[in-house]
Design a protein around this ligand. Structure first.
Ligand code: AMP
Ligand code: FE
Ligand code: FE
Ligand code: ZN
Length: 284
């Protein structure tokens, strides 16, 4: 793992189970040279992560992950090297947090109507910040209602399932510019979850690049070798930065480990250098 990085991780400030400091210390233990903390819709864990990074000698890249409104599948954007103090950026993140606060009681209500004895307090107790669906899944699992977090999504919490409730999301273009407002590099995360064929993806990608998309997450825990090659080629063809990360969530995504994903992920430090260069160019 020498000279490797992980550019996609979550802490207790969103839906991971490691605190930012524990995550960074774990990165150190795994021999990673750099790690990006990319919590959903929040930068509040970054201060702790960066302080821990300084302490133990791991480079911590300030990041964020946003969900964008997209019909076909799930579209997530990673912002890397974001300025966690940029006022307009923080204001927009607070809109996303507010939308979670509004959504979460509705999920509780739906689950209760389905016959589960679950309360907002129980969900809040397993969440560090604003709760996400993995926290609802966790409570259901701890009550023995489902065997795994995945099962909770498949039966109740996933899109189209009976306890699903929409929350506000920016459009892909808005998401990209919001990351740029914070001086960050905008990356299309885990492109497989868009659920698009290569022919469908190409024209959309073109539009997002016009809106300023800087990179695409080529190396990812659940990409097949074929997908990795395909996205590598796409990155080269469209002059996008190729990034990589595990999407580590601790116990909330069992089987996915920091740095190595399902065991074979390997993201060299040189990738981070390329992203850094992109960022300098973009912000020049
Ligand atoms: P939320 O942002 O609160 O709507 O929750 C979305 C999060 O739930 C994602 O970022 C993933 O971490 C997790 N998630 C989504 N779908 C699944 C699934 N099928 N199985 C397990 N976790 C999932
Ligand atoms: Fe998540
Ligand atoms: Fe994601
Ligand atoms: Zn993620």
């Amino acid at each position: 793992m020498d000279d490797c990085v992980d550019l996609h991780t979550h802490s207790t400030f969103s839906d991971g189970t490691y605190t930012p400091a524990d995550l960074v210390m774990y990165a150190k233990k795994k021999g990673l040279r750099a790690v990006a903390l990319t919590d959903h819709d929040t930068v509040e864990g970054l201060g702790e992560a960066m302080a821990a990074g300084k302490e133990c000698g791991v480079e911590v890249i300030p990041g964020v992950e946003l969900s964008a409104a997209f019909q076909e599948g799930a579209m997530h954007l990673l912002g890397l090297f974001v300025d966690r103090d940029a006022p307009s950026f923080l204001k927009k993140l607070s809109v996303l947090q507010a939308s979670r606060r509004e959504r979460n009681p509705k999920i509780v209500e739906k689950l209760r109507k389905l016959g589960f004895d679950i309360t907002e307090d129980e969900v809040a107790a397993v969440a560090g910040g604003e709760a996400g669906r993995p926290h609802f899944a966790r409570v259901l699992m701890e009550k023995g209602e489902v065997g795994t977090i995945t099962e909770a999504f498949e039966r109740y919490l996933g899109e189209g399932r009976p306890a699903f409730v929409e929350r506000f999301q920016f459009s892909p273009e808005e998401g990209i510019s919001l990351i740029h407002e914070a001086g960050g590099v905008a990356v299309l995360a885990h492109p497989r979850t868009l659920r698009l064929s290569p022919d469908q993806l190409a024209p959309l990608l073109k539009g997002w690049i016009r809106a300023g998309l800087d990179g695409i997450e080529v190396y990812y825990s659940t990409h097949t070798p074929e997908e990795t090659v395909r996205y590598e080629r796409l990155a080269a063809e469209w002059n996008l930065a190729a990034t990589g990360g595990s999407d580590f969530h601790g116990e909330n995504k069992p089987g996915i480990d920091l740095g190595v994903g399902r065991g074979t992920l390997h993201v060299p430090y040189s990738i981070l250098d390329l992203i850094r260069r992109r960022r300098i160019k973009r912000n020049a």
